[in-house]
Ligand binder design. Structure first.
Ligand SMILES: Nc1nc2c(ncn2[C@@H]2O[C@H](COP(=O)(O)OP(=O)(O)OP(=O)(O)O)[C@@H](O)[C@H]2O)c(=O)[nH]1
Ligand SMILES: [Mg+2]
Length: 194
């Protein structure tokens, strides 16, 4: 009887665990974000920003919320190691794409990579969140500017591929449009924890 009740109690109080991957270009602030999340939600603080170097491979972190456990996978964003991201796609429950909203020079590269994530069939049904990081900097683009920036970038990409007679199928353009329209974009400062 005890074991039955114990099992029942464990079943009722069980927390669901979700895997969240954090991706984006190198230097976007993914590890700073993960370490800040650890500091805000765990008893043991995460690394301070001055102790964080470029990620080669992955960093992990787990937090326990009232009804959920979130397991984060922060993946290195350097060009040569981005090809490890898809290995995590099949098992993730959510994707967070971090964009450096301050780095205007690399926005085009950021959009190119984001666009391939947005349209990747492996994660088409997985919730995706776009974070415009470094909002503490006065140089940062706002959420609205980021939204418009991607739309302009995408429009000009479509036009140039039409010019090169290399057009994407209508279905895939429509799928991407739909995903983008329902996408959450949030302005954050990983450094300050806002
Ligand atoms: N101003 C400002 N700087 C930030 C913020 N978040 C991160 N940084 C800085 O951006 C730089 C890169 O941060 P990382 O967290 O190492 O970036 P990453 O995305 O993990 O980079 P990779 O591991 O190479 O993929 C560091 O100098 C951080 O201090 C932020 O919110 N505001
Ligand atoms: Mg990192």
């Amino acid at each position: 009887m005890y074991h039955l009740l114990k099992g029942f109690h464990e079943y009722l109080t069980r927390k669901e665990e979700f895997s969240v991957i954090i991706i984006g270009l190198d230097g976007a602030g993914k590890t700073t974000l993960l370490e800040k999340i650890k500091t805000l939600y765990n008893d043991t603080p995460g690394l301070s920003p001055d102790k964080i170097g470029p990620t080669v491979g992955q960093n992990t972190g787990k937090i326990t919320l009232p009804s959920t456990i979130l397991q984060f996978w922060d993946l290195g964003g350097q060009r040569g190691i981005r090809n490890i991201w898809p290995k995590y796609y099949d098992d993730c429950h959510a994707v967070v794409y971090v964009l450096d909203a301050e780095d205007r020079e690399r926005l085009g590269e950021g959009w190119e990579v984001f666009d391939s994530v947005l349209s990747n069939p492996q994660i088409l049904g997985v919730p995706l969140l776009l974070l415009a990081n470094k909002q503490d900097s006065p140089m940062s683009l706002s959420v609205d500017e980021i939204r418009n920036g991607y739309e302009d970038w995408h429009q000009s990409k479509l036009e140039s591929s039409r010019r090169d007679r290399f057009s994407e199928s209508e279905t895939s353009v429509a799928a991407r449009r739909q995903r983008w329209a329902s996408l959450d974009v949030m302005g954050i400062s990983a450094l300050e924890g806002n």
